[in-house]
Design a protein. Structure first.
Length: 594
């Protein structure tokens, strides 16, 4: 456990008077005197952004989450790992670790020039905890079905009270962003939850999007690009160590491209500035271009394991169909796990630059993963035996297993058309399953279409899919198991919106309740060894019941053109923080060399 979480914060932390936030010099490999201001950073996104609305966004990356927000009361130091005051000038924590009181930093402004004040956290809290809005952050405001209370003490002070001491409290308080009261609350009062849900679509006028972050939207062309310009008010309260206003850049250009091959082509052509190769072939192409002097760029290969994973999830909602009954049978899921040739995925699809996964805890957190978690690793013979126990002992003329009722062992596996890695995984699953008589049909569709299927509430018919390959990324480091929006199935009767295998708004399986109880036990455990023991229990439950058939995780690689400067010091780029939180740079400190 990092020392920041063990400091007895019954005392005041932070400065005693209002002042801009000053980014430490250690966060950049450049001195402020070396920096050139201006210029545009060019990057890509693999699909259109689905929404600009912070209350309904659920995808990653996301403009509302990754660009529009400045942050919250606290931020995390990428060098020391400490939590430090940011949008709060200072804060206190009670002796029982439950109550935090924040003095909101004075002088902060929204991108329209209006002050950022305590009311804006109350607005964020009010709307994120309205279950009719259905925010992706909804579950995060509850501790085992008891709400975290957020109140305004006065115009400049916010109090946050946890129902019990929570080891992830500082992580939560780093991600609890304010939202503009003067924009959202008039709509909420007039039109309620539906009014909020209909705000800030990708067709909303850029001038109507009010943000706290360093960049604001200037133009969005669906299917082509998003253009962002510097928020002129952000630099009034964000400075570098020499007192210069941040960010250094004038803007961002995010091109929308069709898939990962198009992303690589854009980088090799010099049309974008930052790139993270996702397999050995693309990594080799970048290295060859740099070595051949065709691309002036930097490359850090194998920086660390990536804080993400891909998995296959079956539709296990409650219905009377043959398939959903099959998918709900643990022996079927165990068999499918044993038909997944993860070593082939790592070798053929990732080019050896990755590792098999059997748990929702990312391999980058190797110290948290217990031994023996690979019980249902690749074993086609054992898989066939389990399927026979389910009644699939004979094959039809097509070579597909059938039961006595004539039901074929066949399903359709979806993944997103933009992601060639996941398509490679799907092909390997299809080929291996065929060898034992399981017919897997693959279909590659738009990412937003796929997430619509996953997000739909209700029975099997309304969700309308058999199985999907998708992934999760990010998350906390203090207790790096899946968060409440993944693990909860009946949170206040609403259900975790990323509880992908079961969106029926109720716990259908004993292991769901068991996992939830263990999760909240772990969240309340401040002893690191004891917390790791709870995390191990959760993973063993997951490995035995296989609600998600984990596949493989990539190694992370970073590359950027020589025109881009201001990355973190090299030791930090190769650290756990870079792979999990920051990547190789802090955007505010990035600059263009001209």
């Amino acid at each position: 456990m990092k020392k920041a979480l063990f400091v007895a914060l019954a005392l005041t932390v932070g400065s005693a008077s209002a002042a801009p936030f000053v980014v430490p010099a250690a966060w950049s490999s450049n001195k402020p005197s070396e920096v050139q201001t201006g210029g545009t950073l060019r990057t890509v996104n693999l699909q259109d952004f689905k929404t600009l609305n912070p209350f309904v966004t659920a995808e990653s990356p996301s403009l509302p989450v990754n660009v529009f927000t400045a942050g919250s009361f606290l931020t995390q130091d990428p060098i020391t790992d400490d939590y430090i005051p940011y949008m709060a000038e200072k804060y206190t924590q009670s002796a029982d670790k439950r109550t935090f009181t924040f003095d909101v930093r004075k002088g902060m402004k929204w991108s329209d020039g209006k002050p950022i004040v305590a009311d804006d956290w109350i607005t964020s809290y009010t709307l994120h905890t309205n279950k009719d809005i259905g925010s992706n952050s909804y579950d995060g405001f509850f501790i085992n079905d008891k709400i975290i209370k957020v109140t305004k003490v006065d115009a400049d002070t916010i109090r946050v009270v946890f129902p019990k001491a929570d080891v992830t409290a500082l992580e939560f308080l780093t991600g609890f962003e304010p939202e503009p009261t003067h924009v959202f609350m008039p709509v909420f009062k007039a039109k309620g939850a539906e009014g909020i849900k209909n705000m800030w679509t990708i067709s909303t006028k850029p001038e109507d999007i009010v943000v706290s972050g360093s960049f604001r939207l200037s133009r969005y062309v669906a299917g082509e690009r998003a253009l962002l310009e510097k928020n002129p008010y952000y630099g009034e309260w964000n400075k570098d160590s020499a007192g210069k206003s941040l960010p250094y850049l004038d803007g961002l250009q995010i091109n929308i491209v069709a898939d990962q091959n198009a992303q690589l082509a854009q980088y090799l052509a010099g049309n974008i500035d930052v790139y993270s190769p996702d397999n050995r072939d693309r990594l080799a192409q970048v290295k060859a271009a740099i070595d051949g002097k065709k691309l002036n760029a930097q490359l850090i290969a194998n920086a660390s394991a990536r804080a993400s994973s891909d998995f296959m999830v079956f539709n296990m909602d409650d219905s009377a169909t043959f398939k959903t009954k099959l998918f709900s049978n643990v022996k079927f899921r165990q068999a499918m796990s044993m038909l997944v040739n993860r070593d082939a995925m790592v070798d053929l699809t990732l080019g050896g630059l990755g590792q098999p996964t059997y748990t929702g805890v990312y391999p980058v957190y190797k110290d948290w993963i217990p031994t023996g978690i690979d019980k249902y690793k690749y074993n086609p013979q054992a898989a066939a035996k389990l399927l026979a126990e389910l009644g699939f002992t004979k094959k039809n003329s097509e070579g597909t297993l059938v039961d006595k009722a004539g039901n074929k062992l066949e399903f359709t596996l979806l993944t997103n058309a933009e992601n060639t890695r996941r398509q490679g995984f799907a092909k390997i699953i299809q080929d291996e399953a065929k060898k034992v008589g399981v017919k897997v049909n693959t279909s590659f569709i738009a990412f937003n279409q796929m997430t619509d299927l996953l997000d739909a509430k209700g029975d099997f018919t309304r969700r309308g899919f058999d199985a999907i390959i998708i992934g999760l990324t990010g998350g906390g480091k203090v207790f790096p198991v899946s968060g409440p929006n993944v693990i909860e199935c009946n949170d206040l009767g609403d259900g975790g919106n990323l509880h992908m295998f079961n969106q029926s708004n109720k716990c259908r399986f004993p292991f769901e309740t068991q996992s939830i109880n263990l999760y909240w036990k772990g969240r309340g455990e401040f002893n690191l060894a004891a917390r790791k023991a709870v995390a191990a229990q959760i993973q063993k439950v997951e490995a035995e019941n296989v609600p998600y058939v984990q596949l493989a995780a990539q190694t992370v690689h970073f590359s950027w053109t020589d025109r881009v400067q201001g990355e973190l010091p090299r030791a930090a780029v190769n650290s756990l923080n870079a792979s999990t939180l920051f990547g190789p740079r802090i955007l505010d400190l990035t600059w263009i060399k001209r």
